[in-house]
Each structure stands twice: as structure tokens, then as C-alpha cells.
Design a protein. Structure first.
Length: 243
């Protein structure tokens, strides 16, 4: 796995160098791109990174809480469970662009609420699908035990569904958080609340090619670091603990 990342790094750097030499007026070199960070100011880089993380994590948390509440309510009502299935399909069918425009129209271009809600709407379907599927399998697997113990719906949720679906939900959360990071920058690009997405589009509008590549590179590194060093290890730990 580590050698795979090394090979990918070598391929990416070699491709970047080759393309920069073939198209010097279109693609900035690695050195020019890295110098952009100091020219723009490390304070701006740090603030933009923190703001994007805030939008992504807040949207992810909103989606996670909605999924948890939805699965609990589905235990009390079969009609609500059917509604959830239809809602999931509906949310997936709505483009992120539509969510972005609608929320910016409602909350304004300077509000952080718009990128947070856009991120939540993008993350919600992945976690809801995993939550519903894993909870159904769990209830079917332990049906005789549940019939014997006769727990209340709240006890069933707390003592069976939450711990039993933890591995699947962590895996789904890993995917959802990756989606959140990618989508938050799209919402930021349409508004002026700041963040990596806003800075990337701002550099594009000014024709600063090194800035476009620098902000894109920052987002890629941020996503890979978060996935491999935090979410990947958390998923491995949960699965070891569970099994």
C-alpha cells in the first residue's frame, strides 16, 4: 500500500513536470506553484484550510445526526421507513449545483450556512443507505434474540443497532466525509464566505494559474491526509474492536 502511494507520487510529479514543459504558458511548474503559498501568505492558506474543514465537518455532522434520528424514527413507523427510502432517492437525484444555488439564494453569498447545508445534503444519502441496510440485516440476524428479550424500540436502537452497525457506519462516514470535502469547495466557489473553493475560483478569475494549482493541490493533500491518517485508521480500529 505504501509503495502504491510512492508510485503514484512519482507518476504525478513526472506528469506535472512533463506537462509544464510542454505547455509552459498554461501549466505552472512545481516550484512556481509552491512559491504561491508564501506569496499569498501562510495566514490566508491556514485560514482558508480551517474554514473549508469547518464547512465540511459541520455539514458531515448535520448529515450524521439526521441519519441517526431517521433510523431511530424508522423503528417506530413503517410508513416513515418507506418515506426515508423515497427521500434518499430524491436527495441523490438533486444536483449539488441545485442545492448550492438554492441555499445561497436563501442564506446569501456571505453565509457559511449554505456550504454547510450543501455538504450535508451531499453526505446524507451515502450514510443513510448504509444505515438502513446494515440495521435491516442486524435486525434479521438477531430476530430470535430480540423476540426473546422484547426490548423497547429505544433499547433496541441503543443496544443493538448503534453498536451493531458501527463498522458499516464508520466505513460510510469515511466515504461521506470525502464527499463533504469535495462538495464544500463547490459551494464555497459560488459564495464569498471564504475557504479553499473560494480562493481557487478567485485565482482563476484573476488569471493566476499558480494559484489555481496551489489551492487544488492543497485540497488534494488535505483529503488524502485526512482519509489515510485519520479515517482509515479509525475504520481499522473499529473493525478490530468489533470482530
Amino acid at each position: 500500500m505504501r509503495r502504491g502511494w510512492l508510485y503514484l507520487l512519482i507518476f504525478a510529479v513526472a506528469s506535472w513536470v512533463a506537462l509544464a514543459r510542454l505547455y509552459p504558458t498554461l501549466i505552472p511548474g512545481i516550484g512556481e506553484t509552491l512559491r504561491f503559498y508564501s506569496e499569498a501568505g501562510w495566514g490566508l492558506v491556514l485560514n482558508s484550510t480551517i474554514l473549508t474543514l469547518y464547512h465540511s465537518l459541520a455539514g458531515f455532522l448535520v448529515a450524521f445526526l439526521l441519519v441517526g434520528a431517521s433510523i431511530l424514527l424508522a423503528l417506530y413507523s413503517a410508513e416513515f421507513k418507506d418515506f426515508l427510502s423515497s427521500l434518499n432517492v430524491f436527495v441523490q437525484s438533486v444536483s449539488v449545483l441545485v442545492w448550492t444555488i438554492v441555499f445561497i439564494m436563501i442564506f446569501g453569498v456571505t453565509s457559511s450556512i449554505a456550504p454547510i447545508l450543501v455538504t450535508a445534503m451531499a453526505s446524507f444519502p451515502a450514510m443513510l443507505s448504509a444505515g438502513i441496510s446494515s440495521s435491516e440485516k442486524l435486525l434479521e440476524r438477531y430476530r430470535p434474540l430480540i423476540a426473546l428479550l422484547r426490548p423497547s424500540r429505544l433499547q433496541l436502537y441503543v443496544h443493538f443497532i448503534v453498536p451493531g452497525t458501527l463498522p458499516e457506519m464508520v466505513s460510510a462516514s469515511r466515504v461521506a466525509l470525502g464527499i463533504a470535502l469535495r462538495i464544500s469547495v463547490v459551494a464555497e466557489a459560488f459564495g464569498s464566505a471564504g475557504g479553499i473553493g473560494y480562493q481557487l475560483v478567485y485565482s482563476y478569475d484573476l488569471g493566476v494559474k499558480a494559484g489555481v494549482f496551489a489551492w487544488a493541490l492543497l485540497l488534494i493533500v488535505l483529503m488524502i491526509t485526512l482519509d489515510q491518517l485519520v479515517l482509515g485508521r479509525l475504520e481499522e480500529w473499529v473493525r478490530r474492536w468489533y470482530w
